[in-house]
Write a protein that binds this ligand. Structure first.
Ligand SMILES: CC(C)(COP(=O)(O)OP(=O)(O)OC[C@H]1O[C@@H](n2cnc3c(N)ncnc32)[C@H](O)[C@@H]1OP(=O)(O)O)[C@@H](O)C(=O)NCCC(=O)NCCS
Length: 325
């Protein structure tokens, strides 16, 4: 007999242990550690404890679904009617019995009650995935039969040969800017830069980074001679505290000493001057110098740009969404 409980009917530890259902089958590709699961759920404001569910068979958990809305910092009408399915999973032995369908319909019904009109699979704030991983493509039909649409694809890129093929990347010669690690003193200027150029999610992520006691060393900045920031690049390493990492490091436990790069952004008034190129040179060389032996750049379609630095596609994800109206 299968029953369905809301996460808030379970102890926190029982919820955190649900990751083991996923890990039993998929942990060798996408290992979900307790700290990652906790960061993406309990430590994320939009996580809905009362609209996330576990399927129990004879009192044993056999599947779960995690749902989120956007209720951290409000961003000008953005995401107000969007709901996210962060993760859905049913153990192999219990599939094709209607459990996945029930889990997704429970969340869709809650979303409707909340006035949500669009659902994304993944892409949530502090997400596991930006869409359905292509490794799990055999499940795409399951979603489309339930009214979900596959849209575009995006990629995580990897450089696995940092020590061999990137001994010393060179800056482009016309570099007239100061490219360096950010410090706490730069935060007001970095916030101004983000408000002007990337006032959506990246600004919220920066503010959360500062709230979580980030020191600045996870940001590379490009500064001009008037002390204005004209570009930034988020970075991190295998040692970066979980609350300060970006998606590039979500799967760092797959690697020995992974570094991460991204997001990357340049002020529109300063484009076409190799600022992005030179910030990547700085980031790659810096992450290598602190011991990274592989690097990931997450959620990007700039494949030929990053190929110049030795990156290739590691994982591809399919954007999936459903309109509830
Ligand atoms: C996708 C997933 C959640 C579906 O779970 P599930 O419990 O097998 O889902 P259901 O049982 O509701 O549906 C599976 C199929 O079994 C069929 N089915 C349901 N009950 C059935 C029954 N009693 N007898 C025969 N068939 C049945 C459904 O109609 C469905 O068929 P369809 O794919 O042709 O539509 C599951 O395959 C999974 O965990 N996949 C891996 C994780 C994943 O990809 N997650 C997405 C990334 S976040």
């Amino acid at each position: 007999m299968t029953s369905y409980l809301k996460f808030n009917q379970l102890e926190k530890e029982e919820v955190l242990n649900l990751r083991n259902l996923w890990n039993d089958e998929l942990g060798f590709i996408f290992p979900i550690t307790e700290e990652l699961f906790n960061r993406n759920t309990y430590l994320t404001n939009g996580f809905l404890l009362d609209c996330s569910y576990v399927a129990m068979f004879d009192n044993i958990p056999v599947g779960f679904i995690i749902s989120k809305v956007w209720n951290t910092t409000k961003v000008d009408g953005l995401y107000e009617k969007t709901g996210w399915i962060s993760l859905i999973y049913v153990s192999k032995k219990y599939r094709k019995q209607g459990i996945g369908s029930k889990l997704i319909s429970l969340v869709e019904s809650d979303f409707k009650d909340l006035g949500i009109s669009k659902i994304n699979l993944g892409k949530d704030y502090q997400n596991f995935f930006p869409g359905l991983p292509k490794d799990l493509k055999e499940h795409l039909d399951w979603f489309t039969k339930r009214g979900y649409t596959a849209l575009y694809e995006t990629n995580d890129l990897v450089n696995l040969n940092l020590n061999q093929n990137l001994l010393n990347l060179e800056f482009k010669s016309d570099n007239k800017y100061d490219i360096r690690l950010c410090t706490k003193d730069d935060f007001p200027e970095l916030i101004r830069f983000m408000e002007k150029n990337f006032p959506g999610r990246w600004l919220v992520e920066l503010k959360d980074y500062i709230k979580n006691n980030g020191t600045g060393s996870e940001f590379v900045v490009c500064v001009n001679n008037k002390k204005r920031i004209c570009g930034f690049c988020k970075i991190g390493s295998y040692k970066t505290p979980i609350e300060l990492i970006s998606f590039s490091l979500t799967w760092r436990h797959r690697f020995l000493r992974l570094g991460g790069i991204g997001p990357l952004g340049v002020d529109s008034d300063f484009r076409r001057q190799n600022i992005a190129y030179n910030m990547i040179v700085f980031s790659v060389n810096y992450l290598k110098s602190i011991g990274s032996n592989a690097l990931i750049i997450d959620w990007t379609n700039l494949i030929s740009f990053y190929r110049k630095f030795g990156f290739e596609i590691w994982k591809t994800y399919i954007y999936i969404e459903k309109n509830l109206n």
